[in-house]
Design a protein around this ligand. Structure first.
Ligand code: EPU
Length: 429
């Protein structure tokens, strides 16, 4: 079991380069299955969700070759069957993207129910609604989702709720369906646009990605493509908040500032200076941090994936802040961990009331999920004393080389391997 050990209290200073976007690449890797030729993906981050996605493709028969540290060539022609085994799928939420892509390719998909971060209920009814509208039959059988369609036919799909996952799955299943599919109330996240751009570069006909109506005219065949993944909006936001929390001065490079607008706007309200350049932003702090309200919303609103990080920053701000998570109903599990570090936060359902405490103290804490883990790192960097974070495998799902990137900014953080638990078998837990 690995832990991060952080000696807090150092200002972050210098430059950090953002890697490719997790939530784009975990959709784009499965999308390669739709191609009849090899594809080359560039700017692929070295995170465990990518390793699992590539491993799934390899186990299914694809050839997967790294051409350099961030470029992967995938030849999907060896994939003969539509089954993703439980052992691999269970580790990752995004394994459900294999449903759409295998259905589009083979007219059948059998994928284990997805795993991933526990953030409250994460139903897949809207995914099923989309597949059914396109003419598929869906069943859940011994923990596997089984979807079959003799023929996929373009359809009108209206989502009852804005959902990133179901929008992506509907796009993947529809690209080779016969005729026109119109997705209404679609999600507009940057990774939806990135997936559409990738599919279009393979010969798909998708219009409107990035708006709430996406139109897809089915094509018979998709060819190989070479494509660079967009920079990770949430990784960038996390370093921006880390810089602010330590009152540092950091240039965050390889970003698309437009994707960061909602984060930039909130940081400015809190009293953080954000200077925008073409493909970078500089974060600095020269005055007090002050309270604000944050409500997470689908893009272009403030992203739920930045909620734990900004809440941590607000612990360090003057006054009482209110944070509402409109997307997931249980995304405040990290609050108990922050309380160990001296935070004063009360949570009622989807709303957290944060009383600024000025400073945090190092403590042993547990990363309950990916972004919760990122928030605890930020807390540890800003706190006095030593913070030990365990369950860091959650963090490694989505942040490439986080300890090296932070060390380069002057942070005192290291990863330690801790031998297995010594809790006696009969201990009460
Ligand atoms: N929802 C339904 N029915 C569905 C699908 C979703 O009710 O069929 C609900 C969810 O329960 C949730 C809301 O709709 O309340 C939004 O869910 P969405 O489908 O948008 O989320 P997701 O696809 O499960 C992706 C990201 C998450 C990110 C959310 C929201 C991936 C692999 N995951 O999840 O990323 O929080 O969109 O932007 O892309 C993370 O990176 O830390 C992370 C959790």
């Amino acid at each position: 079991m690995d832990k991060f050990i952080i000696k807090g209290g150092r200002r972050l200073e210098g430059e950090v380069t953002i890697s490719g976007a997790k939530n784009a690449v975990v959709a784009i890797i499965p999308a390669v299955i739709l191609s009849d030729e090899p594809c080359i993906l560039e700017n692929v981050p070295d995170i465990s969700d990518v390793s699992i996605s590539l491993c799934i493709l390899y186990e299914m028969g694809a050839r997967v070759v790294y051409l350099n540290r961030t470029t992967v060539e995938i030849d999907p022609r060896g994939i003969k069957g539509p089954v993703v085994p439980y052992e691999l799928a269970r580790h990752m939420r995004a394994s459900y993207y294999f449903l759409g892509t295998l259905l589009g390719k083979f007219g059948r998909a059998r994928v284990a129910m997805p795993g991933g971060c526990y953030l409250g209920d994460r139903p897949i009814d809207q995914h099923i609604k989309a597949f059914t509208a396109l003419g598929a039959d869906c069943a859940i059988d011994h923990g596997m989702i089984d979807i079959t369609a003799e023929r996929l036919i373009g359809a009108q799909i209206y989502f009852d709720k804005i959902t990133v996952g179901a929008t992506i799955n509907a796009m993947m299943a529809a690209v080779k369906a016969t005729g026109l599919t119109v997705i209404e109330n679609a999600a507009k996240e940057p990774h939806i646009v990135d997936l559409a751009n990738f599919l279009n570069s393979m010969g798909a006909d998708i219009m409107g990605a990035g708006t709430d109506v996406i139109k897809i005219r089915g094509v018979k065949r998709l060819k190989g493509a070479s494509y660079a993944i967009i920079p990770d909006q949430i990784e960038a936001g996390t370093y921006m908040v880390a810089a602010a929390a330590t009152k540092g001065n950091v240039l965050v490079k390889n970003v698309i500032p437009k994707h960061l607008e909602s984060i930039t706007a909130k940081l400015a309200k809190i009293g953080v200076n954000v200077e925008e350049f073409d493909d970078s932003v500089r974060i600095s702090v020269d005055g007090p941090l002050v309270k604000t309200s944050v409500k997470t919303m689908p893009h272009p609103g403030f992203p739920t994936d930045m909620q734990p990080q900004i809440s941590t920053l607000l612990c360090l701000a003057e006054g009482t802040s209110i944070v509402t998570d409109e997307i997931f109903n249980n995304r405040f599990r990290y609050v108990d961990e922050l309380r160990r570090m001296g935070a004063n936060i009360s949570v009622d359902g989807k709303v957290a009331v944060i009383e600024g405490v000025g400073g945090l103290m190092g403590a042993p804490v547990t990363a309950t999920d990916l972004r919760a883990g990122a928030a605890l790192i930020i807390a540890g960097l800003a706190a006095s004393g030593v913070t030990e974070i365990d369950e860091i495998h959650h963090i490694e799902r989505g942040y490439e080389n986080i300890e090296q990137k932070l060390q380069a900014l002057g942070a005192c953080i290291e990863k330690k391997s801790i031998p297995g638990s010594t809790i006696p078998k009969n201990a009460a837990v």
